[in-house]
Design a protein around this ligand. Sequence first.
Ligand code: WQD
Length: 342
Amino acid sequence: MAEKKKILVTGGLGFIGSHTVVELQHEGFEVVIIDNLSNSSLEVLEGITRITGKTPAFEKMDLRDKAAVSAFFANHPDVSGVIHFAASKAVGESVDQPLLYYENNINTLIYILQELRDKGESCFIFSSSCTVYGQADELPITESAPVKKAESPYGNTKQIGEEIIADTCNVHHGLKAISLRYFNPIGAHPTVEIGELPLGVPQNLVPFITQTGAGVRKELSVFGGDYPTPDGTGIRDYIHVVDLAKAHVVALQRLLHGDNKENYEVFNVGTGTGSSVLEVIKSFESVSGEKLHYKIVDRRPGDITAAYADTTKANRELGWEAKSTLDEAMRSAWAWEKKIRS
Ligand code: WQD
């Protein structure tokens, strides 16, 4: 039995982080989670344990504490890789509080990379976002599409983060890294033991839809019905969070096995299919059997018209593709909503 490699997952109690911890444990990795619980809860650790039967090691820590980050790596010299989710991610909040975002999303990244640089050999997976493309000129979007000026400090932290990693890998060749540019993660684990925690008013479409379906919200506001799309509403690439989690495991294994072609690589992680807001609403109504209350209002400032991934590179290089349909992802999101309201 190959010795178990230990993987650090920062933000491992968050939405995508927790689903990735489950997949890492399924693959036989030993997981240690760092999370500051600012946007998650310890109940998620119990949910992970109920799914896999194994409780990951957990350390409550704020990664802005450079000394604490150094002490962690001194105490865990056997960490083979890091998957870095921990970051603030609310687009609107980032506009109001840019320095909070630059401190929390950039300083923490630098502190971790400094430790990995000093370790010599290590593997690093970065949680990036299709938001780096802005409104791409061509659809579907490939990894060679130009990175455009970010619409928000949040999006800028992803762009800056990628550049910091690329520059670091360029000189410290023991560090191998992959940035995964997520499209729109939705859904919940099929066991309904973990999902997206509803903290505050949802900014994202699918949790707002399921909360409206559950009667928590009165009605959904559809932000814009006059986009240049077939039905006038915005188009996105909605990917099941478990498919996204699995992409992290295959990306990590690519680096651990030395299969990477460059020291720093970037992959789009989406389904390759675009769905409009009205199509997402129709999916909810079909899987729930409920009519959704919604009204079409003005566009949301900063929104793009359409984005969906060209997944050729991830399919070819990672041997990965998204398996779940929009309806399957929506069904899991609705099951989760009903569970947390029961
Ligand atoms: C999707 C579509 C909205 C809410 C954001 C971040 C991105 C990533 C994913 C972190 C759009 C419409 C939404 C609502 C609506 N986050 N909508 N009514 O904006 O594509 O991406 O979340 O990495 O970085 O930018 O996702 O779910 O907010 O919006 O009509 O109440 O749903 O206009 O067309 P978005 P979203």
